[in-house]
Design a protein around this ligand. Structure first.
Ligand SMILES: Cc1cc2nc3c(=O)[nH]c(=O)nc-3n(C[C@H](O)[C@H](O)[C@H](O)COP(=O)(O)OP(=O)(O)OC[C@H]3O[C@@H](n4cnc5c(N)ncnc54)[C@H](O)[C@@H]3O)c2cc1C
Length: 536
């Protein structure tokens, strides 16, 4: 890649200042490219800039989520908790940006509104909401899979006279909840974090639930001084394990199948899982917990028992136990004091299946059964998952084909980083990217994208495009693997919450080993999965 004919273009334009985009900017600069980053928001952090809602925190262990590319960075940042809260994460990402002197390459409040491929001189013309057009040889969309909030189209929402926010667009100024009548709509990963976080302060909290989720304890706690020292001592080992871990977590896999153990040992094991941190209940559970319906049912029964024990009111407890999906068929949330919050007199659960939301009024929310009065509505109603951000950027590729048309039936990708007909466009951390501890997958992709760019430069080519064969192979692998898992057809993993969205699997169903295997194959075949050409 020479990047010579046009005097002004930047080599690499990164979109998005989340954990993926920050790393991509750093890698591109480190590799000797000129690079800039544009971000729609006013600051650094992506998910951790926008999701400032009460209770927002990691479900991944802090030190396995953060960057591992620099021993010095690891040493000079002490995470305070095993699962850090949003303020600490936002501070960390800002620290990284300043430590590696990246801020001067970043432009904020600059949402990309269109990105059009030009054949000659080949590159992208990228227009941002601040009125500027940037020419870039390579466009890297690190725009995230959970960055476009979704609120269902409930009539009357604009008429509400109180305060209302989506969790994914929470304001920087804290929202006053004290003495307020708060509605929390939605009980997935964000809603279940909000409820206990506001229950103390609010006069009442009404939780509007469409479907219950298999919540289990996060089991968070501060990192002790001894643990801090141990983390530092074990850095190389941690990095090595996380470089190959199938799910990107530092959790041991359990080789045992559920019914290898007798009932009393199974019960004791489930108790250990219940007491384990975060995602370990998913990643270190019996090896067949997702695929063997009997094993899954027994684990679900165990969790249901815990919910009944935590919530003495039988009607509320039964509503909190999922009936429409098995464990793992939706992304399981991890909670702190969620079930216990329902024992408080000021927390009420409304079953939207029994009484659907009719409309938002000026003063509250109306269902067929009642009209409840609220001062604050928290919309914890999720995101336009996977493709939401990329399909809203006005991307137009070769021959004037819009990405919205190219992906009309859902995304097709090679390695979750490129799609045919869109030369020099990469999207690490986008659709088909991750399926576990996100930064580890997304980091693999950023490293790969950087390697592809360096290779193209080395062989003197400017235009990089995945071959149709490579894209078909990878997409077929995703679709096949999705069909074989219990998640393949489930709404959350195919963006089923968005009306009219094609139901196509949006994660990397093949998992991280498939990603690593394919990357190795691309390198071993001298990047044959890409067509590399010189600019016309
Ligand atoms: C509440 C919440 C908790 C989570 N917890 C975890 C967790 O514990 N572990 C885990 O692995 N994952 C978690 N995730 C998933 C999380 O999204 C990823 O971990 C990670 O933050 C993704 O980083 P990213 O940089 O790829 O995308 P993001 O962090 O989403 O950043 C994308 C950025 O792109 C910007 N952008 C989008 N479109 C445009 C445009 N047109 N122009 C300019 N800028 C644009 C956005 O404003 C955003 O800042 C969580 C997600 C949420 C919402």
């Amino acid at each position: 890649m020479t990047f010579s004919p046009d005097p002004t273009p930047v080599d690499v334009l990164v979109v998005g200042a989340g954990i993926t985009g920050i790393y991509q900017l750093h890698r591109a600069l480190e590799a000797g490219f000129t690079a800039e980053l544009v971000e729609a928001g006013d600051g650094v952090g992506g998910t951790w800039f926008w999701n400032r809602y009460p209770g927002a925190r990691f479900d991944s262990e802090s030190y396995t989520y953060g960057y591992l590319f620099s021993r010095e960075l690891f040493d000079d940042w002490e995470w305070q908790e095993h699962f850090a809260g949003q303020p600490e994460i936002e501070r960390y990402l800002n620290h990284v940006v300043d430590r590696f002197d990246l801020r001067r390459h970043m432009r904020f409040a600059a949402p990309v509104t269109s990105a059009v491929w030009d054949e000659a001189p080949s590159g992208w013309a990228v227009t941002t909401g601040d009125g500027r057009v940037t020419r870039a040889r390579v466009l890297v969309c690190a725009t995230g899979v959970l960055s476009v909030p979704y609120i269902p189209d409930v009539p009357g929402r604009d008429s509400f006279r109180g305060v209302q926010h989506h969790t994914g667009r929470w304001p920087a100024e804290p929202v006053d909840m004290s003495g307020k009548r708060v509605a929390v709509v939605g009980t997935s990963s964000s809603g279940v974090q909000v409820v206990p976080a506001v229950a103390d302060e609010a006069a009442e909290v009404t939780v509007y639930q469409r479907s219950a989720n298999w919540c289990t304890p996060l089991n968070n706690r501060p990192i002790t001084a001894e643990e801090q020292a141990q983390l530092r001592a074990d850095f190389e080992q941690l990095r090595e394990v996380l470089a190959t871990s199938v799910h990107g977590f530092h959790h041991p896999m359990n080789p045992k199948a559920a019914f290898d153990d007798p009932p009393d040992a199974r019960l004791a094991f489930f108790e250990r899982m219940w007491a384990s941190p975060g995602f370990m209940k998913f990643t270190s559970n019996y090896v067949d917990i997702l695929m063997n319906p009997d094993a899954n049912e027994e684990w679900c029964e165990f969790i249901a028992g815990k919910i009944r024990a935590a919530v003495p009111d039988p009607a509320t407890a039964e509503l909190l136990i999922p009936t429409d999906h098995r464990y793992g068929e939706k992304r399981p949330p991890y909670v702190t004091g969620y079930f216990e919050a329902f024992n408080r007199p000021n927390v009420v659960l409304v079953d939207l299946r029994a009484e659907p939301m009719v409309r938002v009024t000026e003063t509250g929310i109306e269902t067929p059964a009642s009209e409840r009065q609220h001062d604050v509505i928290v919309w914890a109603t999720g995101f336009d998952f996977g493709t939401g951000a990329m399909l809203r950027m006005g991307i137009v590729g070769r021959d004037g084909v819009a990405l919205t048309d190219h992906w009309a039936d859902g995304p097709t990708t090679f390695l979750g980083v490129q799609t045919t007909g869109f030369p020099n466009l990469f999207f690490p951390g986008g659709p088909h990217a991750a399926a576990g501890n996100n930064p580890r997958y997304n980091g693999d992709q950023v490293d790969f994208v950087t390697d592809v760019l360096v290779h193209a430069r080395k062989v003197g080519t400017e235009v990089i495009e995945a071959t149709a064969e490579a894209e078909e192979r990878w997409t077929a692998m995703i679709d096949k693997a999705a069909a074989e898992t219990p998640f393949g057809t489930i709404g959350q993993y195919v963006g089923g919450n968005i009306p009219g969205k094609p139901k196509r699997y949006l994660l990397n169903a093949g998992g991280r080993p498939k990603l690593h295997k394919e990357i190795a194959r691309v390198k071993a075949t001298d990047y044959a999965a890409f067509t590399l050409t010189t600019a016309p």
